[in-house]
Design a protein around this ligand. Structure first.
Ligand code: ADP
Length: 229
């Protein structure tokens, strides 16, 4: 069990440039266990780059990201991939479900890749589909369901492995507001129940309203804002 006040992910003076284009120019932030943090800012401000650096997907140029006190820069590529599989979950703007598999199989796949047996994986996957209110489409393929349903399946797939950190990059960006809010409500409720921290990249204040705290990124620099309400 994770201590709720334990800093899970800490970024210090993070810098990253793509050739001559600076993307991060000194970001500091701390994500604690169980909190939902919205990373806000206009398009091109460095939000996705920050998420990718925090998740160990993209290497940074200077500064440091520590996950549970371990600097990501000291891990090998293999160790970083293993960490992403064991401790991190991901939801993107478009669910990126495997089109040939049913919704149930898509969610179960996340567990099967970790070595879980098929029956156990499908039983757990089916519970998560229920939790995300998409049990009725378990046997359908991604091409046969709506965008909102697909995102709820993607959230189920990201949480079924019980990650400590869920990274969500514009998870409702392709949805209308009603479906977007349903996805956000279910995502944040499920994350709170499991104790996962959520790093939520969005440029929509309505989506950020589901977070406990906001970090605003502007020109690659960060500013922390406690939610007042
Ligand atoms: P946001 O997510 O806030 O829209 P990004 O992190 O995607 O911002 O981009 C920050 C800056 O880095 C932008 O100027 C963008 O054009 C640039 N950038 C992002 N990814 C790449 C890349 N793979 N190659 C070159 N430039 C990139």
């Amino acid at each position: 069990m994770t201590n709720p006040t334990e800093p899970l992910l800490v970024a210090t003076d993070l810098h990253k440039a793509y050739g001559p284009t600076p993307a991060l120019a000194g970001v500091d932030l701390t994500i604690r266990a169980g909190e939902v943090v919205a990373v806000m800012g206009p398009s091109g401000s460095g939000k996705s780059t920050l998420l990718h650096c925090l998740a160990g997907i993209v290497p940074y140029d200077s500064g440091e990201v520590r996950y549970r006190d371990r600097p990501l820069s000291e891990l090998s590529d293999g160790e970083r991939s293993a960490l992403r599989r064991s401790d991190f979950g991901f939801v993107f703007q478009f669910g990126q479900l495997v089109p040939e598999l049913t919704c149930l199989e898509n969610v179960a796949l996340a567990l099967r890749l970790g070595g879980e047996r098929r029956r156990t994986a499908e039983t757990r996957a089916s519970r998560w589909l229920e939790r995300l209110e998409v049990a009725d489409i378990a046997g359908k393929r991604p091409g046969e369901i709506s965008g909102g349903q697909g995102q709820r399946v993607a959230v189920a797939r990201s949480l079924v492995t019980e990650p400590r950190v869920l990274f969500a990059d514009e998870p409702t960006g392709a949805l209308d507001s009603l479906n977007g809010e349903r996805v956000m409500r279910l995502l944040t409720e499920a994350a709170h129940d499991t104790g996962a921290a959520v790093v939520l990249v969005t440029h929509e204040p309505r989506v950020a309203a589901y977070s406990d705290r906001e970090i605003v990124v502007r020109d690659g620099k960060s500013r922390d804002t406690e939610r007042v309400s």
